[in-house]
Design a protein around this ligand. Structure first.
Ligand code: NIG
Ligand code: FE
Length: 419
């Protein structure tokens, strides 16, 4: 396809030479070119500019798409999801409405272990079909790059099945996908403790899965009742010997020192951070000095769904950090892959300006899965993954419109996908 998008009210995140990420006050400067054009050839963006410089397209050869009163935004880059699972956990949700906490539900055999026993029983092809349905659903909602974790297998066989499903999704997916091995997600009943199970993950699973080409990153749930700082330190060291970077679940319920550990070990991201202290923020700032920071990733749908505090996004950005926003799509704490809703909550609950929330959900999300050279901004040479909004007077209409659909037309690899 060759297409010229004209009269765009605002072309968001457009750069000739984009940075790898945006941090602190630069997030407010994520560019919006008013009254703009953009041209796409094949699967790539090839140019953009102000309407005063709009190329005269020879008629018939180029599709002209008028975007009057509409914004064009780079597709959402969701850097944290658990999209591959067997079933939802709506029954547990009823328990929670009746007063049980996340921890209490887990203690009675619900939670992650419940999802693991369902996934262990499900044939790989069924797991693939269900996961592909979810993937195609979120692409329709404007997601143009995605990270997917394993972690509902919890045996060598079932974790491999999950990672194989992610690999098969990569092969058929219209959007780029990164695979994260989250072996240390919960301790299976047949192990004495988290340390024993971590030994199994490090010795038996990780090297095999890496040699089979199934792993881009490694993750662990660093939390009281799940995996300790000692467990996670050993896991990160083992991954780093295999040249694999980490993205770690930290500070969801308790501060155990995971942020400092991850920064010291050069982790790509620390995710959740519902609870975070000044020492953690200082550690994250340190990581910026190298130019390859540990990205703080906030997951506001999880806070919304579990009634947890929201990650203090405003504070993190004011501290100069490159905040990323993601869905955490999973059956237990965030049964949604809707990044527009994440961006809304970023403004409504975390105090971000709409443009900051958009930068966090596009370029910084891409950077938190090392896909910033392919997606995340409107840049010549990058994939033409973007969406056209409904008519809007300003970007503030995204959070303002609560439940209204704002993503009107979705383009993936230069092709119209929805709209
Ligand atoms: O990111 N916190 C750990 N893992 C998931 C939830 C897992 C579940 O409850 O199924 C999360 O929130
Ligand atoms: Fe998660």
């Amino acid at each position: 396809m060759r297409a010229l998008f004209k009269d765009i009210k605002g072309l968001v995140g457009c750069y000739e030479n984009p940075p790898n990420f945006v941090a602190g006050e630069n997030m407010k400067n994520f560019p919006v070119l008013e009254n703009a054009w953009m041209e796409v050839v094949g699967e790539k963006i090839i140019g953009f500019g102000s309407m005063s410089t709009c190329p005269k397209a020879p008629s018939g050869k180029v599709q002209i798409i008028s975007c009057t009163n509409r914004y064009i935004i780079p597709s959402w880059c969701d850097s944290h999801s658990h999209l591959v699972y067997a079933n939802d956990r709506a029954g547990e949700f009823l328990d929670r409405l009746r007063g049980l906490s996340y921890e209490e539900i887990a203690a009675k055999g619900g939670g992650i272990l419940n999802s693991a026993s369902a996934l262990q029983k499900l044939p790989e092809d069924d797991l693939f079909d269900r996961s592909l349905d979810r993937l195609l659903e979120i692409v329709k909602l404007g997601v143009g790059a995605l990270e997917i974790k394993s972690g509902y297998g919890l045996t060598l066989k079932a974790e491999r099945k999950t990672l194989r499903v992610i690999k098969r999704l990569k092969q058929v997916s219209p959007i780029p996908i990164r695979a994260t091995f989250l072996g240390c997600h919960a301790v299976p009943a047949e192990f004495n403790d988290s340390s024993d199970y971590t030994d199994h993950v490090i010795s038996d699973m990780l090297p095999q899965f890496v040699s089979e080409g199934l792993v881009d990153y490694v993750d662990a749930f660093c939390e009281t009742g799940y995996f300790s700082i000692e467990d996670v330190t050993r896991l990160i060291d083992a991954a780093s010997k295999l040249n694999i970077k980490c993205k770690i679940h930290v500070n969801q319920f308790n501060i155990l020192g995971g942020v400092k550990l991850c920064v010291n070990e050069g982790a790509l991201s620390v995710d959740h951070l519902e609870i975070i202290d000044d020492a953690d923020i200082a550690a994250l700032k340190e990581s910026l000095i190298s130019g390859s920071p540990t990205f703080p990733v906030a997951l506001p749908l999880c806070s919304h769904f579990l009634g947890l505090p929201y990650t203090p996004g405003r504070k993190l950005v004011d501290a100069g950090l490159p905040l990323a926003l993601a869905t955490d799509q999973n059956p237990g704490t965030s049964p949604s892959g809707d990044m527009t809703e994440v961006v809304r909550l970023g403004s409504l609950k975390m105090g971000l300006e709409p443009i900051e929330a958009i930068a966090a959900a596009t370029l910084n999300g891409a950077a938190a899965m090392e896909l910033e050279n392919e997606v995340g901004t409107i840049t010549p040479g990058k994939l033409a993954n973007f969406f056209v909004t409904r008519e809007m007077s300003g970007l503030e209409e995204i959070p303002y419109r609560l439940n209204d659909v704002v993503v009107e037309k979705v383009y993936v690899n230069g092709e119209l996908w929805v709209g």
